[in-house]
Write a protein that binds this ligand. Structure first.
Ligand SMILES: [Zn+2]
Length: 220
């Protein structure tokens, strides 16, 4: 039986040259309310990305959006070395209580270097390198994350402009370069613990992340 009422993508705009195409979608009950989960597949690699969509976002301005890169170590294993899981939870909670919004979940582990190399980088960090030095020692640039796929997903969802949930100015610039209209920024959270303090300070000091460290040594 047809039930187009429940589809987010009544009129997918991805042309034959689109980098990603909708593969499937369904409603998912979550602890933050019901989300429409839309799976996009990359045309060339079959890699799958996910958009968790709350409410009706098509044609809407200032849609709260989190563009989030996967982090198996924190999101699945509960690693305390980074703040990815907290930021994802914060975004889902924020959007869950808003009228509409989208979490675009990109499968690009470890700033795009992959899980195996991320763990190699962790091994280097255990010997004293910071997160960026470790990536460079492995031959990678600081940040290989790409935002063209996220931009294409937002375009296909029909979002007119977004309020981006982030502390990362490079992410705003990256999305704008790909044609996304970023209306404003919603600060993300960065709770501090003894394991991620150096990581968060490095992000703030090296790449201009707009992080207010709750328990910074300056104020604690
Ligand atoms: Zn992480």
């Amino acid at each position: 039986m047809r039930n187009d009422q429940t589809r987010v993508l009544l009129h997918p705009v991805g042309g034959s040259d689109a980098r990603v195409r909708v593969y499937s979608e369904a409603t998912l009950p979550t602890r933050h309310g019901a989300f429409r989960v839309v799976v996009f597949r990359e045309r060339d690699t079959d890699k799958e990305h996910v958009a968790a969509v709350k409410g009706d976002v098509r044609g809407r301005e200032g849609v709260p959006v989190r563009v989030h890169s996967e982090c198996l170590t924190s999101e699945i294993l509960g690693s305390l070395k980074c703040d990815c899981r907290d930021q994802l939870e914060h975004a889902l909670a924020h959007i869950g209580s808003a009228r509409c919004g989208v979490v675009v979940y990109l499968r690009q582990e470890g700033r795009g270097i992959g899980l195996g190399n991320k763990i190699r980088a962790y091994a280097l960090q255990a010997r004293g390198a910071d997160t960026y030095e470790a990536n460079r020692a492995l031959g990678f640039a600081d940040d290989l994350r790409r935002y063209d796929v996220a931009a294409e997903i937002l375009k296909q969802l029909g979002v007119a402009s977004i309020d981006l949930i982030t502390n990362n100015p490079l992410k705003i610039a990256g999305l704008e370069r790909e044609g996304v209209r970023v209306r404003s920024r919603i600060p993300s959270v960065a709770p501090l613990n003894p394991h991620n303090a150096d990581y968060l300070r490095t992000k703030r000091d090296r790449t201009g992340h707009l992080i207010e460290l709750f328990a910074d040594e300056d104020s604690a």
